[in-house]
Structures are given as structure tokens and as C-alpha cells.
Design a binder for this molecule. Structure first.
Ligand code: PTJ
Length: 245
């Protein structure tokens, strides 16, 4: 870890950078993940580095969608494994859903390192990509999935996605819940529910929302009234108000 003093005005953002750099050093995060993180930082800056109302609306819908799923699955890439290992494991435990390692940039041994990293943090059920399960409409490494995981799932939680798989999953009739700071990304536009927030803030809130839901009886009304398009529009309006204000 670097020696950023706690008094630094950008302490949180700088420690997150340390975390993602450590992910690369451990071999779980791709070097490309640093670029993706930088892009995320820029959008986070624009949304005010806080969970905004449009994200809260999406978190509520995401909680309901994941709770109502018959076979929910949580897809984990190199950035997510580095930034939020504990929260992603907790989400799996609350939903009783397995985690599945699925990465875009193929690097020898990285999938196994992510699996091991999650297990070191206490995960018991971590599925791995296979050649038996393959997604249609996609040519990248992300097409290799587990037959009992992403292949079979009706709802896929895919934070920090690069777009191609989100579209493929939707074409295959699956619902996709994503977390993406960029409201203009292909993933944000194609997902069923897009949480425009930093994954480090959104995941604890999502876990809390699901716990509260299970205590109160899950309601389909939230989903019936949810519009992902409206959420994306609100996020863009929020960004442009900031830029103009
Ligand atoms: O481990 P791999 O090989 O699967 O690679 C993972 C990355 C993230 C590198 C890969 O999926 C990729 O290249 O993604 P993109 O196309 O850069 O898209 C990532 C999206 O996540 C961008 O829209 C970023 O703005 C957004 N993002 C980055 N960091 C965060 C984020 N969204 C939420 N929270 C973040 N911390």
C-alpha cells in the first residue's frame, strides 16, 4: 500500500487505486483493469462520488429481481475480485447463489487465482468456466461458462462488464443486473437493471436491501414500475447538471 495520509482530500479514491494495483500485483486483476478503473473514477467524479437517488431506485429493483430469480448467478471478473471480495461473497450467501469466475482478458492462471482469492476470503461455491457450457452470440473468452452457473441462470449479476456478454445474455432471454458508473456504456443500456454507482458503495447497499426484502416479503410491484431507461436518463441529467452548474 502507498503512503497516502488519511487527511488527503482524495484519500478514499487513492486507497481504491492501491487496492486495484494490488489486484494486478497478485495476478487477479488484468493490467487492462487499471484502465477500466480510471474510466470508472472519471464517471464517479461526475456523479459526485456518492450513491445518488437513481442508483437507489436501481438497487431496489435489482434486489427484487435477484430475490425472485430461480437460478441467480454472480459473475466475478478481475476488478470485482480485487475491489469487493467480501461483499460479493456475502451477496452469494444471502441469495444462496454461486459465484462464477468469468473474465474477458485471457491470461494464463488468472481464473484459478481469482477462484483461490475468493476461497481465501471464505467463498465455498466458486464455479469456473468450461467448454461444455458456451454462450451464443459472443466470440470472446466470456462465452465459456459453467453449465450449472451462467449457462443455466435466469438472472445474472454482472458488475463492471465490457458490453458484449451483456447483450448476448439478454439475447439468450436472461435478465442482467449490472453495476456500471458509465450510464452510456453498452452494458448500462442493454442490462435489465443498471446500478450507476461505484461497486464499492453499491454492493453493501444491495446486500442490505436484499436482507430487508427477505424480511418483509418480496414484491413484484417494484419491478413492474421500474424503467431502466428512466434511470439512465436521470443519471445523465444529473451529470449534465453538475457539468453546467
Ligand atoms: O478481469 P477481466 O479480464 O474480465 O476484465 C475486467 C474489465 C473491467 C477490465 C473488463 O470487463 C473491461 O475492459 O471493462 P470495460 O469495457 O472497461 O468496462 C468496465 C466498465 O466499468 C466501464 O464502463 C467503467 O466506467 C466501469 N467501472 C470501472 N470501475 C468501476 C466501474 N463501475 C462501477 N464501479 C467501479 N469501481
Amino acid at each position: 500500500m502507498s503512503d497516502v495520509p488519511k487527511s488527503h482530500p482524495r484519500y478514499l479514491s487513492l486507497t481504491l487505486r492501491d487496492t486495484i494495483v494490488a489486484g494486478v500485483e497478485k495476478g487477479i486483476t488484468s493490467i487492462h483493469g487499471l484502465i477500466a478503473h480510471g474510466r470508472g473514477e472519471a464517471y464517479d467524479y461526475l456523479i459526485g462520488e456518492k450513491t445518488q437517488p437513481f442508483a437507489k431506485t436501481a438497487i431496489r429493483a435489482a434486489a427484487v429481481m435477484l430475490c425472485l430469480a430461480e437460478h441467480p448467478i454472480i459473475s466475478v471478473n478481475g476488478n470485482v475480485a480485487a475491489l469487493v471480495p467480501q461483499d460479493i461473497i456475502e451477496l452469494g450467501q444471502i441469495l444462496k447463489a454461486p459465484l462464477e469466475v468469468n473474465i474477458f482478458h485471457t491470461e494464463s492462471g488468472r481464473e484459478q487465482k481469482i477462484q483461490q482469492h475468493l476461497q481465501n476470503h471464505g467463498a465455498s461455491d466458486v464455479l469456473m468456466p468450461t467448454t461444455e457450457g458456451q454462450l451464443s452470440y459472443i466470440d470472446s473468452n466470456r462465452k465459456f461458462v459453467h453449465p450449472e452457473g451462467i449457462f443455466k441462470a435466469d438472472v445474472v449479476f454482472v458488475p463492471l462488464e465490457d458490453g458484449d456478454r451483456c447483450e448476448a445474455l439478454r439475447k439468450m432471454g436472461k435478465d442482467v443486473v449490472t453495476v456500471d458508473l458509465n450510464p452510456m456504456s453498452r452494458t448500462a443500456k442493454h442490462a435489465s437493471v443498471t446500478i450507476i454507482d461505484n461497486v464499492v458503495r453499491a454492493l453493501p447497499l444491495l446486500c442490505h436491501e436484499i436482507k430487508t426484502l427477505s424480511e418483509n416479503a418480496t414484491t413484484q410491484k417494484t419491478l413492474a414500475h421500474y424503467s431502466n431507461e428512466a434511470v439512465l436518463k436521470e443519471a445523465l441529467q444529473h451529470i449534465s447538471r453538475g457539468a453546467n452548474g
